[in-house]
Design a protein around this ligand. Structure first.
Ligand SMILES: [Zn+2]
Length: 476
């Protein structure tokens, strides 16, 4: 019966891209703006981001970092100081050429990322080993002039945090890089119920100007991968370009070792594509702005609304609870909150009140359970925990099921077509092989995972001896 309410969402299997577009707009996460590729994040979408942001911010501070704010504009000359960095970002920067009607003496870039601003600042405030480490983070918006855009996944402007740190030694910087990658992985796995593969990017895929880039990669429902967070070890490259030096304990001048790491609103796209279904969003309880939506049944009958409001009050100690007491029909409400992915719906009507019970409906499996009032708090907490772990396990099973091994290039191609997902294959380390694989299959190297396996003896492309196992996939 509920089927008739969801006819507006395209089926995932029919057209995944259209399904995604339907869900982001119909679940009220975003609206389009009049600037191509820019989006308005609606209150429900922003509440979701707020939850993710607050949890991540807490962990960023817990690991000793301080929040700062850098300016939006970067002078052209400053961006050009690090050669690889400017080459990497130049094609997608937005320029400010005028202030009012006057042409600027020097063009300004709207920040695509803030490395150079942090570097300039660090060169002014770091002098001695006593000034280290510097552990700064900023929450900001950045602009990248993308050609093709999709809500959350690729937009001209997006929200993120970028951490920038400076350390006395290479080892410390490396520890920091991995620590923050682990923080990102924990947010994905514990809060968003998204399993990730941790690993290192190849030279080709690493960040412009970095010595090494580390990544967490997740797999979407359609078998495409999504880079879900990155952490970069800069070595002393930026420090040399920006002259960030400190005097060590022996009085010698040394360059600092730097890192940067970022996590963006893109993750909401991952959340949608990992857990969503044909009825819309499915949000894991720990990330959900509203965990329980109370829908009163026959609410015009005496006592029902009072009872429902009392429930909201008594349950607010164990969950984020809301109530829809509008005069819309229950069927409309069921559909609406399924679309919005609210983990649990609580139905209560005159009969339930009489029988001292309520009905709980879980969004992930759509199962209904009748719960006696005196057990409600305990059962609800259990149910939310169960939904959280069920979503994680489901996503993990899907990833395992969509992960194949390939030994030759034709096999890689064939498996990628037959069962889109991650392909594990050996790689000799040569750029030419990586490029050829991309050219022939459109799959890119997602990462060289920390957990290595020797799935064959030779490179999947050239057949030469190989000792690196790489995850390949088509990606967002
Ligand atoms: Zn090769």
């Amino acid at each position: 019966m509920a089927k008739e309410f969801v006819k507006d969402v395209t089926s995932m299997d029919e057209d995944f891209a259209q399904w995604y577009t339907d869900v982001v707009t119909k679940a009220d996460l975003i609206d389009y703006s009049s600037v191509r590729g820019s989006m308005i994040i609606r209150p429900y979408g922003y509440a979701l981001w707020d939850n993710i942001k607050n949890e991540l911010d807490r962990r960023i501070k817990e690991t000793g970092h301080e929040n700062v704010y850098m300016p939006l504009f970067i002078p052209e000359s400053l961006l050009q100081k690090e050669k690889d960095h400017v080459e990497g970002f130049a094609p997608e920067v937005a320029w400010v050429t005028h202030g009012g009607s006057e042409e600027l003496a020097e063009r300004l870039v709207v920040r695509p990322t803030s490395e150079v601003l942090f570097c300039e600042h660090y060169s002014n405030i770091i002098h001695s080993y006593r000034d280290l480490p510097k552990l700064y983070n900023q929450w900001a918006n950045v602009v990248r002039w993308e050609k093709t855009t999709r809500p959350f996944l690729r937009t001209l402007e997006f929200l993120w945090q970028e951490g920038h740190t400076a350390h006395a030694t290479d080892e410390e910087a490396m520890e920091e890089t991995i620590q923050m990658l682990n923080v990102y992985a924990a947010i994905c796995e514990e809060i968003l119920a998204i399993p990730v593969v941790k690993g290192q990017k190849t030279e080709k895929e690493k960040f412009a100007g970095a010595k090494a880039t580390f990544t967490i990669e997740s797999l979407m429902h359609d078998g495409k991968a999504l880079q879900s967070g990155t952490s970069h070890h800069f070595g002393t490259g930026f420090a040399e370009a920006f002259n960030i030096q400190y005097t060590d304990k022996e009085g010698k001048l040394q360059y600092v070792h730097q890192t940067s790491w970022g996590f963006t609103t893109r993750i909401i796209g991952a959340l949608i594509m990992v857990h969503g279904d044909d009825r819309g969003l499915v949000i894991p309880p720990k990330a959900a702005p509203t965990q329980v939506m109370i829908v009163p049944i026959a609410q015009h009958k005496e006592g029902v609304l009072d009872f429902a409001y009392d429930l909201k009050k008594s349950l607010s100690g164990v969950a984020r609870v809301d109530i829809d007491a509008s005069d819309k029909k229950p069927g409309w409400k069921f559909n609406e909150y399924e679309m919005k992915g609210i983990p649990v719906r609580l139905e209560v009507g005159p009969k339930d009140i009489e029988n001292k019970q309520v009905v709980l409906v879980r969004r992930d499996t759509l199962e209904k359970v009748i719960v006696p009032l005196d057990q409600l708090e305990t059962k609800l907490v259990e149910l939310l925990d169960d939904i959280q772990s069920n979503l994680y396990n489901k996503a993990l099973n899907h990833r395992e099921e969509r992960t194949s091994v390939a030994v030759t290039l034709p096999e890689l191609k064939e498996k990628l077509e037959a069962k889109p997902g991650f392909i594990k294959a050996m790689w000799c380390g040569e750029l030419t092989c990586e490029e050829k694989i991309k050219e022939e299959t459109t799959a890119t190297s997602r990462c060289i995972p920390f957990e290595q396996e020797q799935v064959s003896e030779t490179c999947v492309c050239c057949g030469k001896e190989a000792d690196k196992m790489v995850y390949w996939a088509k990606a967002y």
